[in-house]
Design a protein around this ligand. Structure first.
Ligand code: RP5
Length: 164
């Protein structure tokens, strides 16, 4: 199975990024985590992205806050799918990172999830790998069913409490 890279702009992003790592591990997907910054360590970020396909990665998650150019900088240097996670790391509550991550020029795509949307970023990466992995696809189906069951239980509890 291809690996998924989880790149963060700073270790201060880790509380959000950890949710992506945990989700990927829950599916048995091999994960590598790194701190590379588009601004502070641009050469390292570029080198990682350029070698990522030959190093066995199938998708790259890139989480950053503030002027969040990390996902775009990674995407500029690979044709692997890049999923951007805007992090709420500033007084602007992540709106800055969202716009910096999502507004990519035509030709260099970044699939951007919600502010702090690390779980969905991981699930999207699993969905990408699952295109050619039936066991992973089955695991995704099972998770959907479990989520549906949880919501049905919540509905039953609310209906019992308020609709008597
Ligand atoms: C971004 O700046 C990082 O991704 C982080 O979200 C934010 C703050 O970084 P630190 O100053 O905490 O290292 O590049």
């Amino acid at each position: 199975m291809n690996k998924v890279a989880v790149i963060m702009g700073s270790d201060s992003d880790l509380p959000i990024v950890q949710k992506a790592i945990d989700t990927l591990r829950g599916f048995g997907v091999p994960v590598e985590a790194h701190v590379f910054s588009a601004h502070r360590t641009p050469e390292q970020a570029r080198a990682f992205a350029r070698a990522a396909r030959e190093n066995g990665f199938g998708a790259i998650l890139a989480a950053a806050g503030k002027a969040a150019h990390l996902a775009g900088a990674i995407a500029a240097n690979t044709t692997l799918p890049v999923i951007g996670i805007p992090v709420s790391a500033s007084t602007l509550d992540g709106i800055d990172a969202l716009l910096s991550t999502v507004q990519m020029p035509s030709g260099i795509p970044v699939a951007t999830v919600a502010i702090d949307g690390a779980v969905n970023a991981a699930l999207l990466a699993v969905e990408i790998l699952a295109v050619s992995d039936p066991a992973l696809a089955a695991a995704l189906e099972a998770r959907r069913r479990a989520d549906t069951e949880k919501t049905l239980e919540k509905n039953a509890a609310v209906e019992a409490a308020f609709n008597a």
